[in-house]
Design a protein around this ligand. Structure first.
Ligand code: NAI
Ligand code: AKG
Length: 446
């Protein structure tokens, strides 16, 4: 059987199995296209049916979250934890609270997480969880009660050596504190049941910054590989959350010109570049403002474009750091037309399948989220090992370790994705991670 027909057969199988899970289909089919030749070349991979088995989450836990709002009304939300693969370590991945959360979104995120975590070289399996709960407009007390009710259910499925959740969209330090407090009270146990904790109770230095900083360290590796440098590069960033702001900060500190940030309401453009001080102001004030970007424009300059995405600006580097499928075909056409040279995904799967084809045709160097944004989970892995050893490493030491891990990921992906005159980082990342998970699956038997 040819690689092509095997791919058709796989695609048909997964489409029939999950017709209502479009994001999950997108992620699994893209990976299968890259790894099929490797799968076909290994008798054991076929014998152990590794591709289909890796495309089926090991466990999907679905639970109800009952909680009381400030008016004394009882609300009910849906909660999930998708434990995708525990082959190479405890399940590990963030929690997302957003109205767009559903089983398809969490299954794609958990699938991507397993491959991302493998790339870090640390012993972590892949998972993702969350709720369609919308924290916008809720009081601190409501957020606390929701987190406690969520953890009351989740706690029976997690633990330091079983599954270690962390943050994701709308789950930051405040929410992790509430979730951790509830877990600790119920289990009478300090330590590694969650990462992203405050530094005062078992958190790690650099975890807050790690995804954004790691993205820029990856950008530096990619630029170096192409005999290029960050100094003076025009960098367009989408998003205005944890990942976007810390990527912007590190890029500005290293001499890049950060020309944009965005959110679901529009984009802030500052042609001369946001300074480190502008970005620090946004980081410090983001929890207190309804729209941190309009506040930033008012306070420190820049123009606000309501309803616009940032991809129309002329830039050398595009860093989508908001959410899945935010960078579509028209956006890709604008980036190509403006001679953008590099696109690194800070968010998980922010580029649509169709946009990726355009990006490749335009010769833009593309680095997928599972490689480019792995710095966050890598630092979570280091938080777990610090918790297990009852130690705290310094910021400087961990920042160096983050750089080393991003370089390690870059070099593995560049080596595996090497083609005649270019590097296919997506293929390199998919094949590298697939080999590790497939080998573990074969070795562990059925
Ligand atoms: N926090 C972390 O350590 C990691 C996060 N990621 C990914 O990075 C992305 C951003 O996550 P965080 O910064 O942590 O979340 P966050 O909650 O701090 O920020 C999310 C940002 O995205 C924007 N956003 C959300 N939905 C949007 C939409 N439909 N259109 C435009 N903007 C939208 C929000 O306005 C906000 O600025 C997500 O894809 C997440 O899965 C990936 C690796 C690690
Ligand atoms: O730190 C973690 O465990 C997970 C981070 C995450 O959710 C991600 O990498 O997408």
């Amino acid at each position: 059987m040819t690689a092509k027909s095997n791919l058709d057969e796989f695609n048909e199988w997964i489409e029939n199995r999950y017709p209502h899970h479009p994001e999950f289909l997108q992620a699994t089919k893209e990976l299968a296209a890259d790894v099929m030749p490797i799968y076909n070349a290994h008798a054991d991979y076929k014998r152990y049916n590794v591709l289909k088995r890796l495309s089926e989450p090991e466990r999907v836990v679905h639970f109800a979250v009952h909680w009381m709002n400030d008016k004394g009304e009882v609300e009910v939300n849906r909660g999930w934890r998708v434990q995708h693969s525990g082959l190479i370590g405890p399940y590990k991945g963030g929690l997302r609270f957003h109205p767009t959360v559903n089983e398809s979104v969490l299954k794609f995120l958990a699938f991507e997480q397993s491959f991302k975590n493998a790339l870090t070289g640390l012993p972590m399996g892949g998972a993702k969880g969350g709720s369609e709960f919308n924290p916008k407009g809720r009081s601190d007390n409501e957020i606390m009660r929701f987190c406690q009710a969520f953890m009351q259910e989740l706690q029976r499925h997690i633990g330091p050596r079983t599954d270690v959740p962390a943050g994701d969209i709308n789950v930051g330090a405040r929410e992790i504190g509430f979730l951790y407090g509830q877990y600790r009270r119920m289990h009478n146990e300090f330590g590694g049941s969650l990462t992203g904790k405050d530094i005062d109770f078992g958190g790690s230095h650099v975890r807050t910054e790690a995804t954004g900083f790691g993205l820029i360290y990856m950008l530096q590796c990619v630029l170096k590989h192409h005999d290029d440098e960050i100094e003076g590069k025009r960098i367009a960033i989408s998003g205005a959350g944890n990942v976007a702001l810390h990527a912007a900060l590190k890029a500005a500190e290293l001499g890049g010109t950060v020309i944009s940030l965005s959110n679901s309401r529009g984009s802030l453009i500052k042609e001369e570049g946001l300074s480190s001080a502008d970005i620090r102001w946004a980081i410090e004030n983001r929890m207190n403002e309804d729209n941190i970007l309009t506040a930033l424009a008012d306070e420190r300059g820049g123009s606000w474009f309501k309803g616009e995405k940032p991809w129309g600006c002329a830039c050398d580097v595009a860093l989508p750091c908001a959410t899945q499928n935010e960078l579509d075909e028209p956006s890709a056409k604008r980036l190509a037309g403006n001679h953008c040279k590099y696109l690194l995904e800070g968010a998980n799967m922010p580029t649509t399948h169709e946009a990726k084809t355009l990006i490749a045709d335009a010769g833009i160097v593309f680095v997928p989220g599972k490689a480019a944004n792995a710095g966050g989970v890598a630092m979570s892995g280091m938080e777990m090992s610090q918790n297990a050893a009852f130690e705290r490493k310094t910021f400087a030491r961990l920042d160096d370790e983050l750089k080393a891990i991003m370089t390690y990921i870059h070099d593995r992906c560049a080596e595996e994705g090497k083609e005649d005159d270019r590097v296919d980082y997506a293929k390199g990342a998919n094949i590298t991670a697939f080999r590790q998970l497939a080998n573990a699956m074969v070795a562990q038997g059925v």
